[in-house]
Design a protein around this ligand. Structure first.
Ligand code: NCD
Length: 317
């Protein structure tokens, strides 16, 4: 199959990772997202910015909130949205990915939103298709819209991101959320820490410009934002933690431990949460939690990303 050329009118932009964004891009996306928040709050939740556009959500990995968020974002912009969940085939994954993408590409979508279990798969796909591609999570590599929605949530609550101390805690090794957040928070001038057992940290993580802590109490000291990560047991081969109970005792966030952070520290989690594994319910549902607000910001950020990709920023307000 040969690649189909993009429709000439569309600026053919992708969002494959935070790594590919310039600072002006980041600021443009964040301020557009800020304006999109109002759309979801109104009685009429529909804009015409993507009217006539076709968006396909192609998910090779299970997802509830991210897929729902992208679907609603597309619909609120007026796009026609189709969801495709592709069951994981254990054989010939590369072929399956490209074949599926090319088949969908031939139907001439404008936007493909792709989640895949292999790092780099979404970038590979973007080279083959003739439409804009959004990375909705590729393996342990990047999840740019999650980082953007996290930054938007922090910015709304704290009035800034620069100079805040953000502690990213838990399974950093398997987390695309952590990687995208480290890149984005550093770009925005935050002071980023990671707090985890050494078995759950990638080698050389310091080179990403973070301070490393192996002790939760010390890592949370003075933090303005505590970002918890899910223990991604489905990505673990072998044993990374002694037991779930031991993990919670050493690295779980409960009220007592949270008191080490600033009194007005925000508690964040990208979801899905493992209550009692990395986070206690008293904290997840407590007054410092902004976990639901993260979900709300997710729709606004995804609307902003897709509108930006289609070059309709000027119609955003
Ligand atoms: C995250 C993901 O899929 O990377 N979740 C999400 O996007 N809602 C984090 C996770 O799975 O733990």
């Amino acid at each position: 199959m040969t690649a189909i050329s993009p429709p000439s009118a569309a600026p053919h932009r992708h969002l494959l990772g935070i790594a590919g964004l310039s600072l002006p891009d980041i600021h443009a996306l964040m301020s557009l997202a800020e304006r999109e928040i109002a759309v979801s709050l109104g009685r009429d939740k529909k804009k015409a910015a993507l009217k006539g556009r076709t968006q396909i959500n192609l998910f090779f990995e299970a997802s509830t909130r991210t897929q729902a968020s992208f679907e609603l974002a597309g619909k609120r912009l007026g796009a026609d949205v189709m969801n495709m969940s592709v069951a994981n085939s254990s054989v010939k994954k590369g072929e399956t990915l490209i074949d599926t993408a090319m088949t969908l590409n031939a139907m001439r979508p404008d936007i493909l939103v792709v989640r895949h279990h292999a790092a780099g798969a979404v970038a590979l796909l973007a080279q083959k298709v003739g439409c804009s591609v959004v990375n909705a999570g590729d393996g342990a590599h990047e999840h740019p819209t999650q980082a953007l929605l996290d930054a938007l949530t922090i910015h709304r609550r704290k009035g800034r991101v620069a100079r805040l101390t953000v502690a990213i805690c838990g399974d950093v090794l398997h987390s695309r959320v952590a990687r995208s957040n480290i890149l984005l928070l550093n770009a925005l001038g935050a002071d980023v820490r990671v707090v985890a057992p050494s078995t759950l940290l990638p080698n050389g993580i310091e080179q990403m410009g973070v301070r490393v802590f192996h002790d939760m109490d010390r890592g949370l000291e003075g933090a303005d934002v505590v970002m918890m990560l899910r223990l991604q047991r489905e990505r673990m081969e072998g044993s990374f933690v002694p037991s779930v109970r031991e993990y919670f005792r050493l690295f779980g966030l409960d009220a007592q431990r949270l008191s080490r952070a600033e009194p007005d520290a925000l508690v964040m989690h990208p979801g899905p949460m493992n209550r009692g594994v990395e986070i206690a319910s008293e904290v997840a549902d407590g007054p410092q939690s902004v976990i639901e607000e993260q979900v709300e910001m997710g729709v606004a950020v995804r609307m902003a990303v897709m509108e930006w990709m289609m070059g309709n920023e000027e119609t955003a307000s």
